[in-house]
Design a protein. Structure first.
Length: 239
């Protein structure tokens, strides 16, 4: 009969081997998914909001606004409620500012999501590189919503949104499945952690534009736009 110590060591060895195997498989899945999504064009959007006053400012003249280019944005519902979703990496000033707005401000709208046009690739870069553009609103034309939040001129469109709930930590699947929002765990693994934000669209804003504009898309690590393709009569999808 095998001693108990041998069985414990065998169990530990198998558990450790399984853990390493699962880790390797998860990394392979992430790499495959990343490669697939690079071949899928994604809309480019910038979320603008009020900067959380508790966040230290880069300079004394820094804007009271903050903006961030979204790497993921989509509409998830029109009926019965118009809802959109996006994720933000954490920690980040935008994630902190939106969380603060949801908890402490009385604004009807917490943010504006600006859908960028083909002429705004530089704007997408401006709001994605705080190290190069510490004051992105300087010399950037914009108007304000009823709540005083920035709408970026030249965008395809913009929508004022209000968070429907606190953000979800995407690194903690247990909290997602159990519904325990109150428990906030810290990310200590590899890679970048993100939080999911779901917001209700409360108003589609009027955006100053000059004629018809095409959307800005992110595809294969670069910015592109749409081009119509020839199609046979009757082959277009119906609404």
């Amino acid at each position: 009969m095998r001693p108990r110590s041998f069985l414990r060591n065998l169990t530990y060895t198998l558990t450790e081997r399984t853990r390493r195997q699962l880790h390797t498989e998860a990394r392979a899945i992430r790499d495959d998914l990343r490669a697939l999504l690079r071949d899928t064009a994604q809309p480019v959007a910038v979320v603008t909001a009020l900067m959380d006053p508790a966040i230290p400012q880069a300079t004394k003249s820094s804007s009271k606004f903050h903006g961030a280019t979204l790497s993921s944005f989509t509409s998830i519902s029109l009926d019965p409620h118009p809802l959109v979703a996006f994720s933000l990496r954490i920690p980040s000033r935008m994630a902190t500012s939106l969380t603060s707005a949801h908890v402490s401000t009385g604004l009807y709208s917490h943010m504006v999501i600006n859908i960028l046009s083909e002429h705004q690739a530089s704007t997408a870069l401006r709001f994605s590189r705080a190290d190069l553009y510490p004051e992105p609103f300087v010399s950037l034309q914009h108007t304000l919503t009823e709540e005083g939040l920035p709408i970026l001129d030249g965008s395809v469109g913009a929508m004022s949104c209000r968070l429907v709930a606190a953000s979800w930590p995407l690194h903690d699947l247990e909290s997602l499945t159990s519904g325990e929002k109150e428990r906030q765990s810290q990310w200590e693994g590899e890679g970048v952690a993100s939080e999911l934000f779901i917001a209700e669209v409360i108003r589609v804003e009027r955006v100053p534009t000059t004629g018809t504009v095409r959307p800005l898309l992110y595809h294969r690590r670069g910015y592109v736009t749409t081009v119509e393709i020839e199609s046979k009569p009757g082959s277009k999808p119906s609404n």
